[in-house]
Design a protein around this ligand. Structure first.
Ligand code: FNR
Length: 370
């Protein structure tokens, strides 16, 4: 593998000299470019948004321990997940309604993911149908599932995802109800139509396609969902099942015993229950509890390649990013998402080299300054 992976950056996406070079640059660009309500939708969290802030701050508090005079002329960032090789351990978290951020929405994200060779998780609440996204995908797609009150429809959605070639199901378990998103409510965000959910009763609709304010969540989330539903999904799903939104080590233990393939340590980017701890602070306890029985992913607050290194050091097999690629999407569509991925990939590779790690397996807790 080359010293630094080739960057994917279509020409003319940025004015000369104005090329964004870190995630924070994209955040500023996206804010300037996105409609104000979309910006509120992407950045908002629950309550006083303390957890949103802590997710990022907790990474900043962690110090790294360098190691010098190691031959790092060949650095291998590959990871194997669910039997599949990934060039680097950064995947795209599910995010709904991407046409709010860019006209091409999920198609731009899927194309960028394909060009970078990273996996994308498509939200149940995408503004492009799962079939249309599958048609442009060149890298693995996973499907994020919200179990809805209509179990027949939920089962149908799983079968559609399988038929579309999606490689895994990401069942979101931290949202029996959406949180108190005050900023989102004040901005009066209207979500784009959700073609995957066509046919669901009780949600607002534009020509039969559900749409509306985030309050549609009240109608489609099933607050009665329990571990029984995890068993139910496992009884017929033909693709691996991952639980997204596990923070409590006891729940992680339950997940391991229930035979699912993985968990994502997540607090939904701070959008549901404010004052939950930062995910990177919860990760070590979760990783210790599951002790390798299933795959452990983490998301929330990752803004730098050093954050990816820290997450892997503290027990994650790979990480997901949410807002960073949405900033890319809002700033420059497909080119923006590609660039954000390549920046983080490159920063991660640099962090490995500067801590003397030549492959992902060699990243352990000794990378952290204690
Ligand atoms: C999300 N997230 C999310 N999660 C999910 O399971 N289904 C979904 O439809 C959405 N939609 C969504 C929309 C937007 C605008 C954001 C910002 C987030 C949560 C997402 O998958 C992930 O957990 C967080 O975004 C990770 O935190 P960071 O990387 O945004 O800090």
């Amino acid at each position: 593998m080359s010293l630094l992976n080739k960057e994917v950056s279509p020409a003319n996406a940025w004015a000369p000299g104005a090329e964004p070079i870190c995630v924070a640059d994209f955040e500023a660009l996206a804010k300037a470019k996105m409609p104000a309500t979309s910006w509120e939708y992407v950045t908002a969290g629950a309550g006083d948004e303390l957890t949103v802030r802590w997710n990022a701050e907790a990474y900043q508090r962690i110090r790294l321990k360098p190691r010098v005079l190691v031959d790092v002329s060949n650095v291998d960032t590959r990871v194997r997940l669910l039997g599949q090789e990934h060039a680097f351990p950064i995947l795209l978290a599910p995010a709904s309604s991407q046409k709010l951020m860019h006209a091409q929405g999920e198609l731009a994200t899927a194309r960028a993911a394909g060009a970078s060779g990273t996996a994308m998780v498509l939200s149940s609440f995408s503004s492009t149908s799962l079939e249309d996204v599958a048609a442009v995908a060149k890298s693995p797609l996973w499907f994020q599932l919200y179990v809805q009150t209509d179990r027949g429809f939920t089962g149908e959605l799983v079968r559609r995802a399988e038929a579309g070639g999606y490689r895994a199901l990401c069942l979101t378990v931290d949202t029996p109800i959406a949180g108190a998103r005050n900023r989102e409510s004040r901005a009066d965000v209207k979500l784009s139509p959700m073609p995957n959910l066509k046919g669901i009763a009780g949600v607002g609709s534009v020509s039969g396609i559900p749409t509306g304010s985030p309050d549609i969540f009240k109608n489609v989330f099933d607050a009665a969902m329990s571990w029984k539903d995890v068993e139910w999904l496992r009884s017929f799903a033909k693709i691996p099942l991952i639980l997204k939104g596990v923070l409590n080590p006891d729940d992680a233990d339950h997940a391991a015993k229930s035979g699912v393939d993985g968990i994502i340590v997540s607090n939904h980017g701070g959008r549901n229950l404010d004052t939950l701890p930062a995910t990177i602070d919860a990760l070590p306890q979760v990783a210790d509890k599951v002790a390798g029985r299933l795959l452990v992913f983490v998301d929330g607050g990752i803004r730098r390649g050093t954050d990816v290194l820290k997450a892997l050091a503290l027990g994650a097999n790979a990480v997901f990013i949410g807002r960073p690629y949405l900033y890319g999407l809002g700033a420059a569509g497909e080119a923006g998402v590609s660039k954000v991925i390549s920046i983080l990939q490159r920063e991660f590779q640099m962090a490995m080299m500067l801590t003397g790690r030549t492959n992902v397996g060699s990243i352990d807790r000794s990378v952290i300054w204690t």
